[in-house]
Design a protein around this ligand. Structure first.
Ligand code: FUB
Ligand code: ZN
Length: 709
């Protein structure tokens, strides 16, 4: 499948990644820019003076002298950046960028040890402790990210010589890029050497380490390497790592104790086993536990293995964990992770809006997971969740300027609380330039740069349209090619047309997702000639099959078939399950896939005093000037008035102003009283899409608003 995006909404983001994020992040990784790096929460031990990520490689490669700086997983920032750069190079040949990326690959290659081992922290700082502290060493996590980057880079650069999957080194000059290595196979060679080293070190065989990394990720990388090379060993190893989880729950602690003689570093080994998803054998896990990013990365790889092997038992685990996330542990914005403690899931229906975590990476991982679930079975709900996470939490992870990033994505913010309440120190009110732990910014860059990979997918011979992003996809078959293109201006408009041009000898079935949020959908199928001109609209009707699991399938014969759809984008009210105590009596407003929020800059302070009447009209209008062009939803609402009794002090209300024999207006002065507040003033409540919040300076924000009957 080759997909090219040509979409108003996404092109802006893709261009932002290409022209701003990639150059900006490159400078950050090189410590070549004057920015403020913030700690992700109040914790003195968090490194935040600089990135040093490229310098770490230079030191490990022997090109520079010094010590490693940053998190043990600092290398992964470079890998994710390289992966993002690779995706942009695929669509935009860029001599200068490719020169930089080729040099980065060379640098990484030089930092790789002869054995194939690759990790700058351990090479520089603890060379005798490799693979000995896997609970938190992130060695395989980093390896997984490098392998992902290498596969992407290989595919991107190989595309210039007309194919992928070649392992030979090319040194011939190329007319288009003028660069010496057109299809850079060094990245792939490094990845293969690394994967082989890991394969030789881990596994059930005697003499190998019977364990896995504390942070899942290597499994995703190995699966990508398997898909590229067809080498089954890599898939087997990925499966081994996955199934090893929970087999030996004491493994991490024991390893650490054996290596250091100590019980724990930095308290990490006091986290529960759920943190690492090792509390039970993986096949017996049925809820989303522990560190949210780890969990979704684990599920992504598991679903990939399940889909690639057809293993139903693995698929069943994926389904169970999926159900638990989506039905009980996911925010309306597609955010996951309810607590900063261990950046983790907590329990069913525990979805606090102001202390949550909702890490950008976790929603990105949820998108990866959903994509793999679509490979297991074509169900629209997977794409629904993918879309929810993408258009809300993932995009909220970056500012509209592409140079500021959120790690944590709250659904409710009061700036003073973030400043003064230590339990909310992780809840930033504006996006920092960069973070001490910079996992999210390059993760977002690689996601946006490859958003085309999420639009279409395949289920057997069926082609699925998952997202409504204006694009063209070509799928080549032995007997010809099929081109599917989407015409849309989504999410601004709900009108979309899916055009199928079938040049194969048989019919092809295309399933178009009917979004779960859509109340009304109109559709029409037009069968045309090969110029797309309608010739037989009546026959089109017969081709409409019933919706199956959230997809409408159309049999497209030779020539052109167009499916015209219109989703009703009228703003809708959403309510949480009553068991979500935080959202009781509250409503959230969404339009299409986008969740909206109210910001202080539009609505004044104390957003908790606002209330939307349950019958108020929700008026939506496009504002081209605001926040790069957004829909704004307005409603005639009310604001609770801070009436006299609450304004007075204890002395005034409770004692001195009380006349003889009169009951105190307020038992505790201005803070509490016996009378319920019943004064409201009419106000216009203005809401913007959640992803665009915090682009107008520090201010309050709320997704869930009170509702007035
Ligand atoms: O541990 C590596 C990354 O750092 C995780 O995925 C994020 O949650 C952050 O803790
Ligand atoms: Zn992150």
């Amino acid at each position: 499948m080759k997909t090219v995006v040509n979409d108003t909404f996404w092109n802006r983001y893709k261009e932002l990644v290409r022209t701003r994020m990639i150059p900006y992040q490159w400078r950050v990784l090189n410590d070549d820019i004057d920015i403020k790096i913030e700690k992700e929460r109040n914790d003195a031990s968090i490194p935040s003076e600089k990135s040093h990520a490229i310098e770490n490689f230079k030191i490990a490669a022997g090109r520079s002298k010094g010590e490693h700086y940053g998190w043990v997983f600092q290398d992964s920032d470079v890998y994710k950046w390289l992966e993002a750069a690779a995706y942009t190079l695929k669509n935009h040949p860029d001599k200068e960028l490719m020169k930089i990326t080729d040099e980065v690959v060379d640098l990484i290659g030089d930092a790789q040890e002869k054995s194939g081992y690759l990790n700058t922290y351990f090479t520089i700082m603890e060379p005798d402790h490799k693979y000995k502290r896997l609970g938190e060493s992130h060695e395989l996590y980093c390896a997984g990210h490098f392998i992902e980057a290498a596969v992407a880079y290989h595919e991107a650069t190989a595309a210039y010589r007309g194919g992928v999957g070649h392992m030979e080194t090319t040194t011939a000059g190329d007319v288009e890029t003028g660069h010496k290595e057109v299809g850079n196979s060094r990245a792939l060679e490094i990845a293969v050497k690394l994967a082989d080293h890991i394969d030789a070190s881990f596994g059930p065989e005697e003499g190998k380490i019977h364990g896995m990394d504390g942070h899942e990720e290597i499994e995703i990388g190995l699966m990508k390497l398997y898909h590229l090379t067809g080498e089954k060993r890599y898939m087997k190893l990925a499966e081994y790592f996955l199934l090893q989880r929970g087999q030996d729950p004491d493994f991490f602690r024991r390893q650490f104790r054996e290596d250091t003689g100590k019980e724990a570093i930095g308290g990490l080994y006091h986290v529960p086993l759920t943190y690492f998803q090792i509390h039970a054998p993986l096949m017996e896990q049925d809820t989303a536990e522990g560190h949210a990013v780890r969990l979704v990365y684990m599920c992504t790889a598991l679903a990939d293995v399940a889909a690639s092997t057809g293993n139903e038992e693995l698929a069943a685990v994926c389904r169970r964990i999926w159900r638990n996330i989506v039905d009980k542990r996911m925010y309306i914005t597609g955010g996951i992770g309810s607590t900063v403690n261990g950046e983790s899931f907590t329990l069913d229906y525990d979805l606090p809006n102001d202390t949550m975590y909702c890490e950008t990476c976790a929603s990105i991982g949820l998108i990866f997971f959903a994509r793999q679930m679509l490979r297991i079975e074509p169900k629209g709900e997977y794409a629904d969740v993918m879309e929810r996470a993408l258009y809300n939490t993932a995009l909220a992870g970056m500012a509209l300027d592409g140079r500021h990033f959120f790690y944590v994505n709250p659904l409710e913010v009061v700036p003073e609380k973030s400043k003064k309440d230590p339990t909310k120190s992780h809840v930033k009110i504006v996006r920092p330039d960069w973070l001490g732990c910079a996992c999210c910014p390059p993760n977002l860059a690689r996601l946006i740069a490859s958003v085309e990979d999420y639009i279409y997918s395949e289920a057997g011979r069926d082609i699925l349209v998952n997202l409504f992003i204006k694009s063209t996809m070509v799928r080549e078959y032995e007997d010809g090619e099929v081109t599917v293109s989407i015409d849309a201006d989504y999410p601004k408009s709900g009108k979309t047309a899916v055009r199928i041009e079938n040049k194969t000898s048989g019919a092809v079935r295309v399933g178009v997702r009917i979004p779960g949020w859509a109340k009304k959908v109109s559709r029409k199928v037009v069968v045309g000639d090969d110029t797309g001109k309608a010739i037989q609209t009546a026959a089109g009707k017969e081709r409409l099959a019933a919706a199956e699991d959230g997809f409408w399938y159309v049999e497209a014969g030779a020539g052109v078939t167009v499916i015209e759809l219109e989703f009703d984008m009228t703003p809708q009210r959403w309510y949480a399950n009553p068991l979500v105590s935080e959202d009781t009596g509250k409503v959230s407003i969404a339009r299409g896939p986008q969740v909206f929020c109210a910001e202080g800059v539009d609505n004044g302070e104390n957003l908790h005093l606002l209330s939307i009447p349950s019958d108020a009209d929700l008026e939506c209008s496009w504002n081209e000037e605001l926040l790069g062009g957004v829909n704004v939803i307005e409603a005639e609402g009310v604001r609770e008035i801070d009436d006299e009794a609450f304004k007075t002090s204890y002395a005034e209300a409770g004692r001195e102003t009380r006349k003889e024999g009169e009951e105190a207006a307020c038992g505790q002065g201005g803070l509490y009283r016996k009378k319920k507040a019943e004064s409201w003033e009419p106000v216009k409540i203005r809401m913007i899409p959640y992803y665009a919040w915090a682009n107008r300076g520090p201010n309050e924000m709320r997704v869930w608003l009170r509702e007035k009957e």
